[in-house]
Design a protein around this ligand. Structure first.
Ligand SMILES: [Zn+2]
Length: 161
């Protein structure tokens, strides 16, 4: 079955939760491990690919070869095209190092910090306090802590856009 881009957009947006504070579009569909992170993943125009790339193609246009789609917001779950820009791997490394040094923002929160957050939660930290600590919305924090939204990954649930 062939979908139009309007239909693809509708399906894509159904998997997005807007985060009012940051303006991030938090991907609630499939995510897969990518280095230290989780990376939103989607089947778009018949090809499995990172959801940020699909978002770029859907809302902004084609991506030149050997070009990466990078986050302004360093939120690895975000697929808001307004928070994305094109770059190469060198730029990516620089930006990640910068974000990690600055504040350990959500994009840099990665698996290590998620583990830390889970540990702090066990020790009795409140979700809202943890959210503040990592600079993310408390709903995102609780989603990370509960893990439920992201656990179905890799099992190949219906994830086609
Ligand atoms: Zn964002």
């Amino acid at each position: 079955m062939k979908w139009t881009d309007a239909e693809r957009e509708k399906r894509f947006m159904a998997k997005v939760e807007m985060e009012p504070m940051s303006g991030c579009w938090i991907w609630t569909g499939c995510v897969l491990p990518h280095g230290n992170y989780q990376q939103p993943w989607v089947s778009f125009r018949g090809k499995q690919q990172p959801a940020a790339r699909a978002s770029w193609k859907l809302f902004k246009g084609e991506i030149p070869q050997k070009t990466m789609v990078l986050h302004d917001c360093h939120n690895c779950y975000c697929v808001n095209p307004a928070h994305l820009h094109l770059g190469d791997n060198v730029m990516n490394m620089k930006e990640m190092a910068h974000a990690g040094r600055q504040n350990g923002g959500f994009g840099a929160i990665g698996n290590e910090l998620v583990k830390e957050a889970i540990e702090l939660r066990k020790q009795g930290s409140k979700v809202v306090d943890l959210a503040k600590r990592y600079g993310i919305h408390h709903k995102s924090m609780s989603r990370i802590l509960n893990g439920g939204r992201y656990r179905h990954l890799a099992k190949g649930e219906n994830n086609h856009v």
